[in-house]
Design a protein around this ligand. Structure first.
Ligand code: HEM
Length: 401
């Protein structure tokens, strides 16, 4: 590993608050004994995709069945609904199976997670929406595949669809019969399978990609760490009160989500300690800027800045830097605003402390932060301007150029 690369990894790791960082070229060494299944082959998940649904969706695409599948799944929304009719038989059979919770799912924990999500939603919106969302743009494989797939050309629509996942996952009824998560996760799994079949045909993606097939199990784990594991870390850093049962429930929600997205149980961390160890191995070493990621970040921050947040774009830039560190901020060319940086560094911890009842006197900057947080939350809860979730559909093409 060149020295410069190693130094970069160390400084980025430090900025994200990680104690130690492994060598970016190191082989996969995370042990399946730390997973929910407790054992496994130990095969590097970057060579594992989602064979059954990948084959089925490849056939759907090659046979021109994308419109009819999209038509069939349009009114399929709630967990209690049967798998829709009108699907190719092997797809229907796959979905029958894949919409079941894994045997190790704990419904009581999932309910607790839903309640936890509601109690901590303001922080989670800030962490997922600003931290995780922008982090995805410095995950090269994710940035390139998102940019060069169909949805990359309309990031507003794509962001709305990704919100659908977050919204359904955090919903109080997520896994209950009237919730939507079993369906949404499976639609997402189908989209990913479609992308695996189509994106390798994109000359633009192929010219920049360092892999033959996108969205491996390792990539999905990376996304989990840039969202769920990152959220756990930030909530801890920010001293947001959480009981051990809350933390465990929040992890469980992600474990079940990963299973439903097609990640093998042998890779799904059983504990937060195992998750953080895996994150240091798979996420931190790969963070890097790409032209695609820079453009995506600019689009995402531009969309966020369109909402009336009661703060300037400079403040938004600095909030990204506050969460992700200055290396990431510099890679993305986020213009500095040192006054805002100072306000955030001093004011955000006291905002949380006051909100959580740990500080007797309201900080001077409380209302400013509160307006900011509410605006971000409303953007999420309103689910865009239409007030309805944007349906997830199977793409039938790549980004045209
Ligand atoms: C599509 C969620 C991991 C690349 C989607 C969609 C959702 C979603 C909800 C459907 C929205 C849409 O069609 O635009 C997730 C979640 C993940 C994850 C929750 C992991 C926890 C990944 C990873 C990659 C990726 C690791 C790539 C490395 C894509 C692409 C699309 C997509 C390219 C299709 C975009 C399109 O054609 O418009 N994902 N995803 N996703 N995802 Fe993921």
């Amino acid at each position: 590993v060149p020295e410069i690369n190693r130094r970069r990894v160390l400084t980025v790791g430090a900025a994200l608050g990680l104690a130690s960082v492994v060598n970016p070229s190191a082989a996969w060494s995370w042990s399946p004994s730390a997973s929910v299944s407790g054992s496994g082959s130990g095969v590097d998940p970057q060579w594992v995709w989602d064979d059954d649904i990948d084959r089925i969706m490849a056939s759907v695409i090659d046979n021109g069945q994308v419109p009819s599948v999209n038509n069939a799944i349009e009114s399929w929304v709630h967990n209690h609904q049967p798998v829709p009719s009108g699907l190719p038989p092997e797809l229907a059979a796959f979905l029958e199976d894949a919409t079941q919770l894994p045997p190790w799912a704990d419904v009581a924990k999932l309910r607790r997670a839903a309640d936890f999500n509601r109690r901590k939603d303001t922080y989670l919106f800030m962490i997922y929406g600003i931290g995780g969302g922008i982090m995805s743009t410095v995950i090269p494989r994710e940035a390139r595949s998102v940019y060069w797939s169909k949805g990359g050309a309309d990031m507003q629509d794509r962001a709305a669809k990704t919100f659908t996942f977050g919204y359904d996952q955090s919903d109080i009824n997520a896994f209950e019969p009237n919730g939507e998560m079993l369906v949404t996760a499976n639609k997402t799994r189908m989209v990913h399978a479609a992308v695996r079949h189509m994106l390798p045909n994109s000359p633009y993606w192929s010219a920049v990609a360092d892999e033959e097939i996108p969205i491996s199990n390792a990539d999905i784990l990376v996304t989990f760490h840039s969202t769920g594991t990152f959220a756990h870390k930030k909530l801890k850093d920010w001293r947001v009160p959480m009981s051990p049962a809350d933390e465990e429930a929040f992890l469980h929600l992600w474990q079940v989500s990963l299973h439903l997205l097609g990640v093998r149980d042998e890779y799904i961390p059983a504990t937060w300690a195992a998750a953080h160890a895996q994150s240091e191995q798979v996420l931190t070493p790969i963070l890097a800027p790409t032209p695609e990621g820079k453009e995506l970040a600019e689009v995402l921050l531009g969309l966020t800045a369109q909402i009336d947040l009661g703060v300037t774009r400079g403040f938004l830039n600095e909030f990204v830097r506050y969460q992700l560190g200055n290396d990431v901020g510099d890679w993305l060319g986020l213009r500095r605003d040192y006054v805002s940086a100072g306000v955030i560094r001093a004011g955000w911890p006291t905002y949380i402390a006051f909100r959580e009842g740990l500080l007797p006197i309201m900080p001077r900057t409380f209302y400013m932060f509160d307006q900011f947080v509410r605006a971000i939350a409303m953007a999420f809860l309103n689910r865009g301007e239409s007030g309805t979730t944007t349906a997830i559909t199977i793409p039938d093409m790549n980004r045209p150029g």
